[in-house]
Design a binder for this molecule. Structure first.
Ligand SMILES: Nc1ncnc2c1ncn2[C@@H]1O[C@H](COP(=O)(O)OP(=O)(O)OP(=O)(O)O)[C@@H](O)[C@H]1O
Ligand SMILES: [Mg+2]
Length: 360
């Protein structure tokens, strides 16, 4: 997948910008608050998803304007395609994001899913390493939902059964029908086994790639290990749920199952969350995101565009060099404050100043 050109209109602090990223690395430099992340966010909107910063659509429209638009020229498998996403502002009376593909109305922007594939890394993703298991489960689940449409259905079936079981567990001893617990366990086990099978297969693809990428980023100085902590062996979920019954009743909720699983991340054998340095955590989170893109490339037979926001801070020179010069064969757009990067990359360079983008 490649973005050959991007035109941005009235997007956040950008009145108008034309951007032509290179085939491999492009660096967007500029001081704080100039619009670098805004530009990356505009590229991301071409995927059809909402802002990766969690902003509401109306907030994306430049103050005082009625609408914003982002138009991208894409190249995928030798074919060119033009995608336009329009965002309605607060005053326009309309709502949300709508799309056009090759000049034809396409309805809601979410209909674009799959047209433009990208993986974004932003500072908040550090929580993949630092945060709770929930964030890691969400990361794996989101990747699986993109790769396998059936995964979301299994996830929803599991969650529905669990919600019902939790409600029942809260009424235990007050005349609740305990036989129903078996019914919910059956449903949770059926959907949960499918989730565990997919998660296991995904981690089997993701972990070796993330580990190899970390090895490259750290020039072999440290070793990353990524491991899926499954509830039980395949086929064992129904039994594991039965075994947890007493604990569930005491707790008043389901204490075992895929909703409690985790992915452990270690650097040199120690849990990264509590032992790794800031730069090591960042390197680990980055390796996971780059690995996510590599797995997507294998499954979809095309490498997604990499959008790396503020990834260079906290990395030492060798690690920055890896990102600035050794990312080959995949389009990568990096934002950075440090103008000294100019000399260290052969990638294309842009400067962002008060919403005005200039090629250097
Ligand atoms: N809807 C909007 N209309 C006008 N300006 C906006 C809008 N939304 C955000 N901005 C402005 O965009 C600027 C922030 O841009 P952005 O987050 O892209 O900065 P950045 O270059 O990534 O900075 P940093 O290096 O600190 O991450 C702020 O000055 C903010 O006021
Ligand atoms: Mg920024």
């Amino acid at each position: 997948m490649r973005l050959t050109a991007l035109d941005v209109e009235n997007y956040r602090n950008i009145r108008a910008a034309h951007f032509e990223p290179g085939a491999e690395l492009t660096v967007v430099c500029g001081d704080n608050g100039q619009g670098k992340t805004n530009l990356l966010e505009a590229v991301w909107l071409l995927t059809g998803s909402k802002s990766f910063r969690g902003a509401k659509d109306a907030e994306l429209v430049r103050e005082g304007e009625d609408f914003a638009a982002v138009t991208g020229e894409l190249e995928s498998g030798g074919a060119a395609c033009r995608v336009r996403v329009a965002i309605a502002g607060e005053r326009s009376g309309r709502r949300g994001r709508t799309a056009q593909k090759n000049g034809v109305d396409y309805g809601r922007a979410t209909n674009l899913a799959g047209t433009f594939t990208a993986v974004v890394f932003e500072p908040g993703h550090l929580s993949l390493v630092k945060g709770s298991p929930e964030g890691r489960r969400k990361f794996v689940d989101a990747a699986l939902c993109q790769l396998y449409p059936g995964y979301l259905a299994a996830l929803r079936r599991y969650q529905r059964a669990m919600t019902q079981k939790n409600a029942l567990l809260k009424q235990m001893g007050r005349g609740a029908d305990e036989g129903l617990l078996d019914v919910f366990d059956d449903a949770m086990a059926a959907a949960g086994e499918e989730m565990m099978r997919r998660r296991g297969a995904y981690l089997a693809m993701l972990a070796p790639r993330a580990e190899a990428l970390y090895d490259e980023i750290s020039s072999g100085r440290e070793a990353l290990r990524v491991r899926y902590e499954a509830t039980c062996a395949p086929g064992g979920l129904r039994e594991a749920l039965s075994e947890a019954r007493r604990r569930d009743a005491a707790a008043g909720f389901c204490t075992a199952g895929p909703h409690r699983e985790d992915v452990t991340i270690t650097v040199d054998g120690r849990e990264a969350k509590s032992f790794a340095s800031q730069g090591q955590k960042r390197s680990a989170a980055l390796s996971l995101k780059l690995a996510e893109a590599a797995v997507a490339a294998d499954v979809l037979s095309e490498h997604p565009v990499m959008l790396l926001d503020d990834v260079l801070s906290e990395l030492d020179e060798a690690r920055q060099d890896y990102l600035l010069s050794r990312i080959a064969g995949r389009q990568t757009i990096v934002t950075a404050c440090d103008p000294g990067l100019f000399e260290r990359t052969n990638g294309r360079i842009y400067r962002m100043e008060a919403g005005v983008l200039t090629a250097l």
